[in-house]
Structures are given as structure tokens and as C-alpha cells.
Design a protein around this ligand. Structure first.
Ligand code: ADP
Ligand code: ZN
Ligand code: MG
Length: 472
């Protein structure tokens, strides 16, 4: 039997607020265990949660970034469960009235993946298992870190659709400043719900929920494994049970973790200590105005207005800081293609080789704009422009000064050029003879000698014309 997979995602994203969602503890990653906890986020009796409005605004931004309706009214509920990572024994979340609903993201192939809801909730702590000592320890630094959970409809049918969606959501949330979306660090955690149904059927099967997927690759491998596992069960006449399974990246397989709790097991009820979350029309307008241009809009501008190849545009928007730098440079010098080339080749090579990021860059968009302008004005050669990018990358400095100091300014002094050509021709009489006898390949060699004699200030176009003339 051939089966079609049906996949829906639940994505948890840690929001980039300064403090936690219901207390004033710092919201940070890393550091020593249990150093960012207080009576509120460690669940001491008698404390009250105080909602961080910054978290509400970021959740609304996530909604705008993902095409959702953002609601002026939303409310918190308690989800009850006992587990040592949750000192309060309940998680504050939004169940009946989430802040955002009904979004969508168009994935490769043009299909719309519907987003059912985005709600705000608090993160739980982390259990650290020490196999050597045979104990588990609790780190509560993460308790009360503000999260959004994005829940999609079960609209995915291929691994590629899932991966494209996750990539796009991550990028949009980064652009909107909601989340740094680092899957490997856990600031964005993707749970995959997957079932299979016979090809041609439209009746969904029973799903398994896969956890612990910390890369796009892992998501792909886990889905493939699960399709195989569930197919074998159905082919053997068995039934898939609804359960949560843990993906093991070393083995590339999934193992049952626990059977899925039904919603009523969580005994959801309205959170009595937090009033409803209200957003006025003015506030929503203000939040919308703070939204930066989204990556897909930039892509459109780069390809349609700037006429960049789609591949180049995709590479530029993939990193917001890189794309911001590009935008600032072309705002000064609208030489879209040349600036794109220097960034995608020279700048990227330097970034990769030095293993640094855009935040470490010592030169500015205007320096790149000026470098490209000097080349297009014929003041320096295109090769010199590339070298200047690498020099600015390594040691900073202004392009005009670098060009002067390193002798990159192309000479338009024809007497110097004439002298150089005469010298080369005199020293290579054999080649000149051979050229005159019809061996045109020698031209390149002679040209190379002339450029070398002139040094970095050589103007290749002038030199070529003059050499052609002299060889007539
Ligand atoms: P629950 O309330 O049990 O958590 P939801 O309806 O909220 O269930 O769905 C949770 C996630 O599972 C969503 O991402 C949804 O798209 C996905 N999902 C629901 N039914 C299926 C199914 N039959 N196969 C695959 N995914 C599913
Ligand atoms: Zn706290
Ligand atoms: Mg659910």
C-alpha cells in the first residue's frame, strides 16, 4: 500500500524580551544554573504573576509577521500537570482565547500552510540528567521565559514543505525581532505531528507527536523514519497509537515517550490572577508601524526592482544584518548588482574564513558604496575593488585612502603606459614576431607582462587599447 503523510506543526519560540513574562528576572540564555529565579517564577505560594507587556507586543508582531489576525482581547488559562521541571505544577498559557489566529505562510510550490493560532505561554525549567551520578537536577532559569506557540493546521504533505515553512517562520521572526530562532540552542523548538493515510484517501490517520528535533535535517529524517514505521504497522494490519515520541539523532529513529494526554487531563481553567489582555486599536496600529519590511517583501524588491537573480536575492535576505547592510549601501550607490557581487563573494568569503559575523564588521555600508563607485568611475579596477573589500575587512580604513596608499588608482598617464609597452615589446621580440605571424594567443601573454610592469595602478582597458595599437 502507498501512503501519504499528513503533518502539522507546533512551534515554541522564546521571545526576546529583557525580562521574563510574569516576573522581573532576566531573560537570557546560558549562565550558571538557578541564578535567574525568584519567588514568582519558582512558584512560591502567595506570589502573583505580573504580565510583561513587552511579551504581548512581541506576540502581536509574530502574528503580523505570519499573516494572522491579532486580537484586541485574549486571556490566560492554567494548564495543570506534575513534572519536576514545573515548580508551580501548572503552566500559564492561552487556551480558549489566544492572541493571534488564522494566519498562513506560502511555501515553495505556492501552497498556503494555514496557521491555526499563536498563543503566549511561559516556558518550564530544564532537567539535567547526570548518568554518572545517577541523578536528575532541575535548572529553573528557563521557568517563566516568554514563549509563543505557533500551531499549524495539518496541511503539510512533504518534508520539503515542512522544512521550507520552518525556515520561513524562523526568518520572519528574526526580522520582526520576536525570537533569534536558534533551533540548535532550543530558542525555537519544533514538534512534528505526523500520521499517514492511504494514497487517494482524505481521512486522516492517528498521529504521533515527535519531539527533540533540533535542526531542519533532523526534522526531515524523523518524518522519513516515522512514515516508514507507521507504514509497516498499517501494512501488518495493526493500528498506530496516539503518542509522543522522542527523536534520537544518533540513531535516526524515534522512541515512544508517553501516550498523549487528552485535553481534559490538563484540567485547563481560566487563570484567575491575570486580567484579560487588551490591545487597543491605537496600540495595534503602533505595533504594526514598528514592523520592519519582511524578508519575502525584500526578496520581491531585490528581484523585481533591483533585478537581482533570485538565488542572489535569497542569499542576501537569509541574514537580516547582511540584508540591512546591503540596503544601506545601495541607498548611497544604487549599483545593485556590483554591491551584491562584492558582498556575496568577497565579503562572504572573508566572513567565512574568519568565522566572524556581520556584528564584527569594521567597515560601513558607505565604504562599500564608495569602493564600488571608484570602480565604476574607472578610478580603480574591479580587481582592486575586491582587494579593497578584503583590506577593509581585515584592518578597516577608508577605501579612498587604501586605494592611494596601495597604488590602486589607475593611471591615465599615457607616457608611462607607452614606456611600459615599449619595454615589454623590446624584451619579448620573439613573441611579437609570433603574433605578427598570426599567433593571436600571444596577445594575452604580452598583455599580462604590460599589466605587471605597470603594477596595481594599471588600467586594463587603456593598456589593452594601447597594446593593440602598437602591435598593428
Ligand atoms: P490537540 O488538541 O490534541 O493538541 P490539535 O488539534 O491542537 O490537537 O493539533 C495539534 C497538532 O497536530 C496541530 O499541529 C495539528 O495540525 C496536528 N494534527 C492534528 N491532527 C493530525 C493528524 N491526523 N495528522 C497529523 N497531524 C495532525
Ligand atoms: Zn523570576
Ligand atoms: Mg494542541
Amino acid at each position: 500500500m502507498r501512503y501519504v503523510p499528513v503533518v502539522g506543526l507546533e512551534i515554541h519560540c522564546e521571545m526576546l524580551t529583557n525580562s521574563k513574562v510574569f516576573c522581573t528576572c532576566q531573560n537570557e540564555f546560558g549562565g550558571s544554573e538557578n541564578t535567574r529565579v525568584c519567588p514568582r517564577c519558582s512558584g512560591m505560594p502567595g506570589t502573583l504573576p505580573l504580565l510583561n507587556r513587552g511579551a504581548v507586543r512581541l506576540a502581536a508582531k509574530a502574528g503580523y509577521a505570519l499573516g494572522c489576525t491579532v486580537h484586541g482581547y485574549s486571556a490566560f488559562d492554567r494548564k495543570n500537570y506534575f513534572y519536576p521541571d514545573l515548580p508551580k505544577a501548572y503552566q500559564i498559557t492561552q487556551f480558549d482565547s489566544p492572541i493571534c489566529t488564522d494566519g498562513h505562510v506560502t511555501v515553495a510550490g505556492g501552497k498556503d500552510i494555514r496557521i491555526n493560532r499563536i498563543h503566549i505561554e511561559e516556558d518550564a525549567g530544564k532537567l539535567v540528567h547526570d548518568d554518572y551520578e545517577g541523578v536528575s537536577m532541575a535548572d529553573y532559569n528557563r521557568c517563566g521565559v516568554p514563549l509563543i506557540e505557533i500551531v499549524t493546521e495539518p496541511d503539510f504533505r512533504t518534508v520539503e514543505e515542512v522544512q521550507d515553512f520552518v525556515e520561513q517562520v524562523a526568518l520572519r521572526l528574526k526580522y520582526a525581532g520576536v525570537c533569534d530562532a536558534r533551533m540548535e540552542q532550543g530558542s525555537m523548538r519544533v514538534d512534528v505531528n505526523i500520521s499517514i493515510m492511504p494514497e487517494g484517501s482524505d481521512k486522516f490517520g492517528t498521529r504521533a507527536e515527535l519531539k527533540n528535533l533540533n535542526s531542519l535535517k533532523a526534522i526531515g529524517r524523523a518524518i522519513e523514519y516515522e512514515i516508514q514505521r507507521q507504514s509497516e504497522i498499517l501494512d501488518a494490519g495493526g493500528e498506530v497509537v496516539q503518542e509522543t515520541r522522542r527523536y534520537n539523532d544518533n540513531h535516526g529513529d524515534t522512541k515512544a515517550l508517553r501516550s498523549k494526554e487528552e485535553a481534559h487531563d490538563y484540567r485547563y481553567f481560566p487563570e484567575p490572577d491575570i486580567p484579560p489582555v487588551l490591545l487597543t486599536d491605537e496600540e495595534m496600529e503602533e505595533i504594526r508601524n514598528e514592523m520592519p519590511e519582511m524578508p519575502q517583501e525584500r526578496f520581491k524588491r531585490y528581484t523585481e526592482v533591483y533585478k537581482l537573480p533570485a538565488e542572489d536575492a535569497g542569499l542576501i535576505i537569509a541574514d537580516k544584518a547582511f540584508s540591512d547592510f546591503y540596503d544601506a549601501a545601495v541607498a548611497i550607490n544604487p549599483d545593485y548588482k556590483q554591491i551584491s557581487n562584492l558582498m556575496l563573494v568577497e565579503l562572504n568569503r572573508n566572513l567565512n574564513e574568519s568565522e566572524t559575523g556581520m556584528e564584527d564588521l569594521t567597515f560601513k555600508p558607505e565604504d562599500l558604496a564608495a569602493t564600488v563607485k571608484m570602480a565604476s568611475d574607472g578610478v580603480i579596477s574591479k580587481n582592486a575593488a575586491k582587494e579593497i573589500v578584503s583590506i577593509m575587512f581585515a584592518e578597516g580604513g577608508k577605501p579612498e585612502e587604501i586605494a592611494k596608499k596601495r597604488g590602486f588608482i589607475m593611471s591615465s598617464d599615457t607616457s608611462e603606459l607607452d614606456a611600459a609597452i615599449d619595454k615589454v615589446l623590446a624584451e619579448n621580440a620573439d613573441s611579437v614576431e609570433s603574433y605578427k605571424n598570426g599567433n593571436e594567443k600571444v596577445f594575452g601573454f604580452l598583455m599580462g607582462q604590460v599589466i605587471r610592469a605597470l603594477g596595481k595602478g594599471a588600467n586594463p582597458k587603456l593598456a589593452k587599447d594601447a597594446l593593440t595599437e602598437k602591435l598593428k
